[in-house]
Ligand binder design. Structure first.
Ligand code: SAM
Ligand code: SF4
Length: 478
């Protein structure tokens, strides 16, 4: 789901690495009027926000383009999670500046997490942008465009305690017409010491449950077959009706979305180990269309480091949560996020992370070397004292163990039959389909008459590559 992760090359994810920075476009566009070009970086939440912004721009008469040269407005939706993510954006801004010089009048806007963090720098020192707009200010975009068109800088990075964009129906960008994201909450109240998100995206707030169910129903009407409910910590979803007579937690929301249609697959991300409840796991068990896959980031396998990270759970708590998942849902797959070389991490503590990957049997992990972010609790309190070569060496060890676990997990799937949602043609051949099983594993299989994108089929696994299962369609479940 994240960029610059050396470990997930060729692995399919919620957000494909190859989509990082991709120019996203609507399915249908008009040719008249002004055009916008949008690039997104970072997590699925950012990609989802780009769809909200596109909807706002479409109401203003803009249409999207993949051709940067013909755009009147260039937007870049940015990520601040690691230093390298910000570095990539700065490079892109220099490219946009050249485009602008070739076509005066083109406006360049920075959206998302970097907007809040670097507004002064972007506007004053680097003079590369006309609009700076934070994640809670997207409704203000038309006004900021007007300001910029008059030669002033359009800026709004104010964070809100209420904004959820509940009433905005996102325009699906670069969609395969089968899977879509639904943002169910914004911000984060968790203050993990390494993380910049609470500062760039503000306080946690949950979206109206009815608007979420309505969005899922609308997607079903349009032929979509899978939704992923998005939030930084979905397990703390909590919505109350304005008259306080109705209260909906995450398990209850999951149930409501699952009931929209048995044909609609429901996924969610991200779960926090301190908050995921048995009620959520039992709800997954109750509905066949809620996928048996949980992204449950551990970050570190060592309790002292977890405490320094302010994750508010320890190794034993995390293990208990994983045991509960496998006990209640034996077929469930789990994935993780891991940070290597956090402040003061010893070799022994690093070994605890390696052993956790093995013990938990993750099907995949998103793995990162610790990158100190200005303003975070860790930057203020702890010394970033693990040399880069050590962080990188530990990262490569983590990657190696994870690769072995992924392969072992795939081998266990050989000769099994899975219900697969067909997402489209495989990358390598239009004679093959690509789809996913409930456990979120990508499966490539030969096309057969009578099946098309968006259909379910049963596939028997008969081979594997390093990251993909291979199979053949079989009639019905064996
Ligand atoms: N909310 C999710 C959670 O709690 O797991 C994750 C959100 S964060 C956008 C995605 C991942 O980036 C984190 O799980 C963490 O592994 C990684 N990350 C965040 N800050 C980092 C930092 N300063 N250095 C390296 N990796 C970081
Ligand atoms: Fe960052 Fe922690 Fe919130 Fe995730 S839960 S977004 S890692 S502060």
């Amino acid at each position: 789901m994240y960029n610059e992760n050396p470990t997930i090359d060729r692995l399919e994810k919620t957000i494909d690495e190859q989509r990082q920075g991709e120019a996203l476009m609507l399915d249908e566009t008009t040719t008249d009027g002004k055009k916008f070009y949008i690039e997104s970086y970072g997590c699925a939440m950012n990609f989802s926000d780009s769809e909200i912004v596109s909807s706002i721009l479409a109401t203003e008469g803009y249409s999207s383009t993949r051709n940067i040269q013909e755009s009147d407005l260039i937007l870049i939706n940015t990520c601040s999670i690691r230093e390298k993510a910000e570095h990539n954006v700065r490079q892109r801004l220099r490219v946009f500046d050249k485009v602008k010089k070739g076509k005066p009048g083109t406006l360049v806007g920075v959206m998302g997490c970097m907007a809040e963090r670097l507004k002064t720098k972007l506007l004053e020192q680097e003079k590369l942008v006309d609009i700076v707009i934070g994640p809670d200010a997207y409704r203000d975009l038309p006004k900021l465009i007007a300001t910029a068109e008059h030669g002033d800088k359009g800026v709004n990075v104010i964070l809100s305690r209420e904004e959820t964009y509940a009433d905005i129906s996102p325009l699906r960008l670069g969609s395969n017409g089968v899977s879509a994201f639904i943002s169910i909450m914004r911000g984060c109240d968790n203050m993990c010491s390494f993380c910049v998100v609470p500062f760039t995206r503000g306080r946690e707030r949950s979206r109206d449950a009815y608007s979420i169910v309505a969005e899922a129903a609308e997607l079903v009407d349009r032929g979509f077959k899978e939704v992923t409910l998005l939030g930084q910590n979905v397990d703390s979803y909590k919505w109350s009706s304005p008259d306080e007579t109705e209260h909906v937690n995450f398990a209850q929301l999951l149930e409501r979305v699952a009931l929209v249609s048995p044909e609609l697959r429901v996924r969610f991300s991200t779960s926090h180990p301190k908050d995921i409840t048995d009620e959520v796991i039992y709800t997954m068990k109750k509905y066949e269309n809620i996928c048996n896959y949980i992204h449950l980031p551990v970050q570190s396998g060592n309790s002292r480091i977890l405490e320094k990270m302010n994750r508010t759970y320890d190794r034993a708590w995390y293990k208990e949560r994983v045991e509960s998942i496998y006990r209640i849902l034996p077929d469930c797959s789990i994935s993780s996020d891991i940070i290597t070389g956090f402040c003061s991490e010893t070799e022994e503590e690093h070994q605890d992370t390696l052993s956790m990957i093995e013990w938990a049997g993750y099907i995949l992990s998103y793995m990162f070397a610790y990158s100190e972010r200005p303003g975070t609790l860790a930057a203020k309190k702890y010394e970033d004292d693990i040399p880069l070569e050590v962080k990188k060496r530990r990262l490569s060890e983590v990657i190696k163990v994870q690769a072995r676990m992924s392969k072992e997990s795939n081998k266990r799937d050989l000769h099994k039959t899975f219900k697969v949602l067909i997402e489209g043609d495989s990358k390598k051949s239009d004679l093959q389909f690509k789809g996913r099983n409930s456990q979120n594993k990508v499966i490539v299989f030969t096309k057969q008459e009578g099946y098309k994108k968006g259909d379910y089929c049963f596939v028997k696994i008969n081979g594997l590559t390093s990251a993909t299962l291979l199979g053949e369609i079989v009639d019905g479940h064996e």
